[in-house]
Design a protein around this ligand. Structure first.
Ligand SMILES: NC(=O)c1ccc[n+]([C@@H]2O[C@H](COP(=O)([O-])OP(=O)(O)OC[C@H]3O[C@@H](n4cnc5c(N)ncnc54)[C@H](OP(=O)(O)O)[C@@H]3O)[C@@H](O)[C@H]2O)c1
Length: 329
């Protein structure tokens, strides 16, 4: 089969369309002819050699896919050849064929194309886990979502709206604010020209927020803690701004009984990912069908243009997902 491979760890120009063996489905897996996959920041790190795939995962990039089942393992009961599915992968999405565990695959809602379906799993399931499972966002609570126009951010805004958050506040570059508002954000903060701590104090009358979804880490840590209310939850998903704190007064954590939860989805066990897939599907599939939730697609790019796609994400130009269409060659 054709697959996007890496010549040697490095920049986007190391990616090329090469030949790779078609994976064989295990007894509880299905083989999917992939129609579309999508980019994630983890792909960039893996391409650079900084994020090796978990044990047993395909070394090919790609954490999600949509396509059609072409083969089923002997124990597979719930799927048949021809079914259209999408789902999260531990790797292997940038290829003409990929295997997925039967319980990690979800049926594509009829109103969604392959390109739309593949834009869902990684960012929506990450956001669902962050906002619902970890953040335990309650109706009438306030949430702050950093990088609101990112793939995960755009999903988190929509999920918070469906969970009836009182105020959804996001930080993002100015040019991305309109999209965040369309999706359901009530307040947008341009973190480049405004201090989000001052803005949140103004927006909430000094009360603060209950849940924060953060990707920036060190440069935001102290301010995140200062804008959390008592019993607030800080969910840390990435380290885009840096890893080390110079100093921090731990007293604020105790005084406000703050919970800090960090998570990476890819490192979770298959059992955890299956439970998450099932809980997410139950919550979200009908909402995609009725368009209460929608995948946010920045661009659909032919996979032969994968270098340009990676460069677009690396330069922070995207709003939502960059999708790769797997064209016949
Ligand atoms: N822990 C997990 O399980 C998990 C799962 C999926 C993704 N992630 C991580 O979550 C992050 C977002 O992923 P994604 O796919 O949604 O990314 P994305 O769509 O590429 O968006 C990232 C956005 O973050 C903003 N940004 C980048 N660097 C920043 C910085 N230093 N300070 C403030 N904002 C910055 C930029 O938007 P602006 O133009 O608005 O600044 C950028 O477009 C990535 O780091 C990814 O690795 C974690």
């Amino acid at each position: 089969m054709k697959a996007i491979l890496i010549k040697s760890p490095g920049a986007a120009d190391q990616l090329y369309l090469g030949e790779y063996e078609i994976p064989k489905p295990a007894s509880d897996e299905v083989l999917v002819k992939v129609h579309a996959t999508a980019l994630n920041r983890a792909d960039i790190l893996q391409r650079e050699g900084k994020y090796p795939p978990p044990d047993g995962a395909s070394p090919i990039l790609g954490l999600e896919m949509s396509g059609e089942i072409v083969e089923v393992g002997e124990e597979v009961k719930k799927w048949k050849i021809g079914d259209k599915v999408f789902g999260l992968l531990p790797g292997g999405g940038y290829a003409e064929y990929a295997v997925i565990h039967q319980d990690m695959a979800m049926a594509i809602p009829e109103n969604l194309s392959f390109e739309e379906a593949t834009a869902i799993p990684e960012v929506f399931m990450t956001a669902f886990q962050a906002v619902h499972w970890l953040g335990k966002l309650q109706p009438n609570e306030r949430i702050l979502i950093h990088a609101g126009a990112s793939g995960v951010g755009t999903a988190a805004i929509q999920l918070a709206k469906e969970m009836q958050a009182e105020d959804i506040i996001v930080t993002a570059s100015q040019a991305k604010h309109a999209t965040c508002r369309e999706l359901g954000a009530h307040y947008t903060i341009d973190y480049k020209s405004q201090d989000f701590r001052d803005e949140i104090k103004k927006i909430t009358d000094g009360e603060g927020v209950d849940v924060i979804v953060d990707f920036i880490a060190a440069p935001y840590f102290e301010r995140n803690i200062s804008v959390l209310r008592t019993d607030g939850r800080l969910i840390m998903l990435a380290l885009l701004g840096g890893t080390h704190l110079e100093q921090f007064n731990l007293g604020n954590l105790l005084r406000k009984r703050i919970q800090i939860l960090a998570s990476t989805l890819r490192s979770r066990s298959r059992e955890y990912q299956i439970r998450l897939t099932e809980a997410f599907a139950e919550f979200a599939i009908s909402r995609f069908e009725t368009e209460k939730l929608r995948p946010v697609i920045d661009q659909v790019i032919d996979w032969q243009e994968v270098k340009a796609a990676h460069q677009r994400m690396e330069s922070n130009q995207n709003i939502g997902k960059i999708v790769l269409k797997i064209s016949e060659s």
